[in-house]
Structure formats: C-alpha cells, structure tokens
Write a protein that binds this ligand. Structure first.
Ligand code: GAL
Length: 375
C-alpha cells in the first residue's frame, strides 16, 4: 500500500513536472524545428485550427537571391507554440519560364491563412510581385486548400477594388482618371500629401496597389484585407466576400501619408488594434500602433509600442502578426521578423508578450520568457 502510494506520487510528480515545465521562448536565437533545422517561415502568420497552431511563412534560401521566392511558403504545426513540426512547402513556386504569376524568382511575401466556415476551405492571401518588376506590381494573391497543411492551389492575383472609391473618400477628390505626376515612390515621405497627388484616382480603374498585408477575421465571420497602398503611403482596409476569395469593393483608407507597413491586427476588450512599422525596407524603424472601435475605423494612432534601448528600431524587428491567446498569459504574442537580407534564410523571429498600459499596447525586450502554463 505504502509502496503503491509512493509510486503514484512519483508518477503524479513526473506528470506535473512534465506538464508544467515552462517552454522558454528566446527571441532572436535560432529556433530549431523537429528536425533540428532553424524554422523557415518569415513574414509569417498563424492559424489555430482544431487545437493545432499552423505557422505559415516565406521559405527563404541562402544569399541575396533568397529575397525573391525560390521555393514558396512553408508551414509548421504545434500544439504548444514552442515545438514546431515541419509540414513542408504548402504553396510552391512554378518553374522558371512557366509564365506563371508565381514562377520562381517572383516575390511572394507575408502569407496569411484563414479558415472559411461556409466553404470549409483554407484561404491564403499574400503579397505578390510578378517576376522582374521589382516592387512595382503591388498585387495581392489568393490560394486555397482543403487541408491546413496544403497543398494550396494558386487561384489569381489582383490589384483590389478596381472601379470603386473608398467609403471614406471625399467627394471632391473623386475624379476618375486623375493622375499624379507619374513619379515612382520608394517609401519615405511623399513630396506632397497623397490626397493632392490623387493616387487613389490614378489607380481607380486598374485597382489599388497592395503590398505588405494581413487578413483579420472578425467575430461576426467577416474577413478584412489590410494592406499598404497608394505607393505605401496609406493603409487600406477592404472587406472580403463571404467565401473570402475576392474583394467586395467596400474599402476604407487610413493614416494617409504615414507610410505604414507590416500591419498586424488584433481585438482586445472590444477594441481593434494595429501594430505596424514605418517604411524603410528591410531596415527596422520605430513601430506604430493604433486603436479603433471597429475594423473599419475611425482609427486613432497611438505611440510606438516598443520600449527600451532599441525602441526606435522596434527591438530590431518588424511586425508580421499578433497571436491572441484567450484566457492565458500573455493574452497576445507579438510576432516580428529580424530580417537578414544578405542571407535571408538566417532571419530570426522576435516573439514577445504584449501588455497594455491603458489602451496603449506595449512590447518590451526579454532575453527569454514563457507562457504561464496551466491557465
Ligand atoms: C519591407 C516589407 C517586407 C519586404 C521588404 C522589401 O518594408 O515589410 O515585407 O517587402 O520591405 O524591401
């Protein structure tokens, strides 16, 4: 009896130790997958489906050519957000010379996958730059799959909302066909305000530019595409169709002239939040944040959410996603990329807890941290 009791205690003790052993996140360090290989899912996004987390991101290769898509998007799965199993490439580039929009050497960035309850499909949206155009294409593309770990089939790409004015666009600016002076803007401040340059009107017929992006599904099942538009100067937020496969023509524009990139949206205490970056390519810059009572605004810009010595460079990271952990601590995880454009495969992941000071989201550096187990 005594012996049995001892054995039971030992087993319970082992189980408790095993279950409650904190999983330590070490931002910026190599993060090995189940094969001991550094996770290759940059500019990523997360889907929680039937208790499993799926992490989708850009598969990068060694050397500068890794800044163009040589392979496609990769997926990893996990139940604890710490140990990740490689599920392989879930959207592959097409062979060079195939003429496909997603042929090898095109730019495929920031994949985000959502599940559509009406169709049972997994829908992936991403930023697409056709091969040889640099970043001038500014297109967004959609692919679908019957399973979360692929294979995803590429459907099409688009410059969204052709022939539609933003819902919050002033009538006096609605001059179809108006053009700016034809300049190409690479980022930084526009020489004039985007509204006076009439970039929305310039792109009215052909569709709005769409680069850095995320997808957000609201509690009512509606999905929104949030993307850097108008030469990156302005963020647009567009309602997707019920099957999530196309744009409805209902869209809004925010932060005109603020050059917001890398948007990540989340909902907290009934309010909507955005974490974003400024616009300096692969170089990090001071983060941005904003709050709104609805996805469609009005949005109020808050402060740089990053704190500490490296706050002006977002702790050497750029946002890609905010992962909610309802009922747990932390309630939200900031997911960022520490880019290494000279050797993109070595890019690191900066995951940190988000806390709130009033309505201001705050992100501080930690060498290591863990999700509080058992909550
Ligand atoms: C960043 C953007 C990345 C990538 C890069 C290229 O600003 O967030 O996704 O497009 O520029 O320079």
């Amino acid at each position: 009896m005594k012996k049995n009791h001892l054995l039971t205690c030992l087993l319970i003790g082992l189980a408790v130790t095993a279950c409650s052993k904190p999983k330590i996140f070490t931002p910026g360090e190599p993060w090995p997958d189940n094969n001991g290989v550094h996770i290759n899912a940059h500019g990523g996004g997360m889907l929680l489906h039937e208790g499993v987390y799926y992490w989708y991101g850009e598969h990068k290769v060694e050397g500068p050519e890794g800044n163009q898509a040589q392979v496609g998007f990769r997926c990893y799965s996990s139940t604890d957000l710490h140990s990740w199993t490689d599920r392989g490439v879930v959207l592959s580039v097409m062979p060079e010379g195939s003429g496909s929009e997603i042929e090898k050497g095109a730019i495929l960035e920031r994949p985000k996958v959502v599940f559509n309850k009406l169709t049972g499909k997994f829908v992936m949206w991403f930023h697409l730059e056709p091969k040889g155009m640099g970043y001038r294409g500014a297109r967004t593309a959609v692919a679908t799959s019957d399973a979360p770990d692929g294979q995803f089939s590429f459907i099409s790409s688009v410059r969204p909302n052709a022939g539609q004015w933003p819902a919050n666009y002033p009538d006096e600016l609605k001059t179809d066909g108006a053009t700016d002076n034809g300049s190409v803007y690479s980022g930084g401040s526009l020489p004039d305000s985007p509204d006076s340059l009439k970039i929305v009107a310039r792109d009215f017929a052909g569709g709005q530019m769409a680069r850095d992006m995320t997808i957000f599904v609201d509690d009512d099942g509606k999905a929104y595409h949030i993307y850097a538009s108008e030469e990156n100067s302005t963020l647009q937020i567009a309602l997707l169709s019920d099957d999530f496969l196309s744009h409805t023509g209902v869209y809004y524009r925010f932060f005109a002239g603020r050059f917001m990139e890398a948007p990540a949206m989340f909902k907290h205490d009934g309010m909507y939040y955005l974490i974003m970056s400024g616009c300096t390519g692969w170089e990090p810059n001071a983060g941005r944040s904003a709050v709104a009572p609805a996805v469609t605004g009005p949005w109020t810009e808050l402060e740089n959410p990053f704190r500490g010595d490296e706050s002006e460079v977002s702790l050497r990271s750029q946002s890609t996603f905010v992962l909610p952990l309802p009922g747990r601590q932390p309630q939200f995880i900031y997911m960022g990329d520490r880019w290494t454009p000279e050797n993109p495969i070595d890019g690191r992941y900066i995951w940190l807890p988000i806390r709130f000071e009033g309505r201001q989201p705050v992100i501080e550096w930690m060498d290591s941290w863990s999700i509080i187990p058992g909550l």
